[in-house]
Design a protein around this ligand. Structure first.
Ligand code: ADP
Ligand code: MG
Length: 346
């Protein structure tokens, strides 16, 4: 499948009881599986559009092949983007009764790994961090009272990594869910309003897959790949939040990192496009500004030409959110842009 390696999906959540009670009406809708529109506004083409009736399992079906490719040696990044309340955490985590992408992806990873037993053996480990005001917080830090400071360094092969992150070996979905519960609790410490906290920081959960080939042809070949599941901070604009003081500082960091992410994905898409044209064009293609913020710097090894990226953009349907949803869709269109080359195996 030679689809581009940066794909952009849109999910429009159902209108909520509260919105309905306030007399709000739906203004963002799916025209088709590939197009969305805003009432009285523009139409937007995307790689996939899921309307309010899309179930968690339908959403997962769309991304399952991507998860599988992680076992085949590709780095994968799944981002949830959108304003606070648009459904990012619902898509990623879901509810215990109706799990989201994270649980379903892990279950699929472990199931597939098991069914590959004749040809490969796998081991898994994970890390979980939060980026708040452009600072890394290790959510699995064992000594929460004396957290280690974190830096981004270059490994021997030039790949950036975060220093002193706690890494936990896992071998089942239940193992990972236990780790995520620990990490989730660390996220809440000292915070009174959980939703407020989660909307102001980026959550990066990474599972690292080490595959060892057992076939005669590939005996002993080891590949390492990563699946990054990223629940981004809320994308709402400053003007609407009336932020001052600490809130304003947070909002500035969020704006800066989300635009850096957009710029990087855009530059990557351009680069891929020029690579299909000529080597010279590729050389002169835009520089990818990974170092503009921690979020993109940390994820840079998983965003380049060898990886697969899915930007899961979320929009509330309500008319009162229409201008915010328009911004979200503009971001989505800009990220989606070009890209036709196939991703390369690690
Ligand atoms: P975000 O993480 O973007 O701030 P949430 O995922 O917390 O937003 O969603 C806000 C509210 O809307 C939650 O109560 C959530 O359960 C609900 N919600 C979001 N998406 C859906 C959906 N697709 N179907 C049903 N309820 C949803
Ligand atoms: Mg959330």
């Amino acid at each position: 499948e030679l689809k581009g390696n940066i794909r952009v999906f849109l999910r429009v959540r159902p209108i909520s009881a509260r919105e309905e009670a306030n007399g709000d009406v739906a203004a963002v809708s799916a025209v088709s599986a590939l197009e969305a529109k805003i009432e009285g506004g523009k139409r937007y083409e995307l790689d996939h559009v899921a309307g309010p009736s899309a179930s968690q399992s339908e959403i997962f079906e769309e991304i399952e092949p991507l998860i599988r490719s992680c076992l085949d040696g590709y780095d994968v990044c799944v981002f949830a983007y959108g304003q606070t309340g648009s459904g990012k955490t619902y898509t990623m985590e879901g509810t215990p009764a109706d799990r989201g992408i994270t649980f379903r992806s892990l279950a699929s990873l472990f199931r597939e790994a098991e069914s590959d037993y004749a040809t490969s053996s796998y081991s898994f480990s994970c890390t979980m961090m939060e980026i708040y005001n452009d600072k890394v917080r290790d959510l699995l830090e064992p000594d929460a009272a004396n957290p280690k400071p974190h830096d981004i360094r270059q490994g021997a092969d030039g790949t950036p990594y975060v220093t002193d992150l706690e890494r936990v070996n896992v071998s089942s979905t239940m193992d990972v869910m236990a780790v995520m519960r620990v990490g989730g609790a660390a996220r809440k410490t000292g915070q009174t309003d959980m939703n407020a906290t989660s909307s102001r920081s980026h959550l990066i959960f990474t599972i690292t897959v080490t595959a060892t080939s057992k076939t005669n042809a590939g005996r002993g070949e080891v590949t390492t790949s990563r699946l990054n599941l990223v629940d981004l901070a809320g994308s709402e604009r400053l003007s609407k939040t009336n932020a001052t003081g600490e809130r304003l500082r947070e909002a500035r960091h969020i704006n800066k990192s989300l635009s850096a992410l957009g710029n990087c994905l855009n530059a990557l898409a351009e680069k891929q496009q020029s690579a299909t044209e000529s080597k010279t064009a590729a050389k002169h293609a835009a520089h990818v500004p990974f170092r503009d913020c921690k979020l993109t710097h940390i994820l840079s090894p998983c965003l380049g030409g060898d990886s697969k990226t899915l930007m899961f953009v979320h929009a509330g349907p309500a008319a009162s959110d229409a201008s915010e949803s328009a911004c979200t869709l503009e971001f989505a269109s800009r990220v989606r842009n070009v890209s036709v080359t196939a991703a390369r195996k690690n």
